[in-house]
Design a protein around this ligand. Sequence first.
Ligand code: ZN
Length: 232
Amino acid sequence: MTERALVLLSGGQDSTVCLAWALERFDAVETIGFDYGQRHRVELQCRQQVRSVMTQQFPAWAAKLGDDHVIDLGVLGAISETALTQDAAIAFNADGLPNTFVPGRNLLFFQFAAAVAYRRGIKHLIGGMCETDYSGYPDCRDDTLKALQVTLNLGMNRRFVIHTPLMWIDKAATWKLGHDLGGEAFERLVIDETHSCYLGDRTHKHAWGYGCGTCPACELRAKGYAAYHPGG
Ligand code: ZN
């Protein structure tokens, strides 16, 4: 039986590593992305670039990589006042959550992913959520996603399985996982083509990739790279 998967590909490091992970495990893999008015819209171009470089440099993966779906979720940006969708300084709210938190974003993403998967006969849904060194987003929690899997299966009368291969590993281990999956070439792809910076900065290049170097996403990515590559 052909095992088919749909990867939530944002264009960032985590989801790109998840895409490689899925291409190693499943017979056919499609990708889905969301345009929700994010400030770092440049990631929407990066995700296309990730797919294209993967196709050129990894023939075994190219054979399994199928359609890409881009969903317009502009309504999410319109109803959420956050530093990820508006021109505001990144700060922490009274409840300890950074104001980059877009309420329920991942719930909505999986809902739409499941709707696409339903139509295309796909069982496995894959996301790069992580509880280990995340910013405290409650919709990244393992329990949230396990509950969501049950909800989706009940609400759509299907058997979806949500996979989160990065849930219990830190950023350094994510760099290592990428290397284990695709070697130097894939690490280079992650550095050159993926985007994590919340401010959408692609003018400053560091050893770990492009970004402002100071926003929470850049700090996390740089810290993980330094731990994975001590001394350089
Ligand atoms: Zn940044």
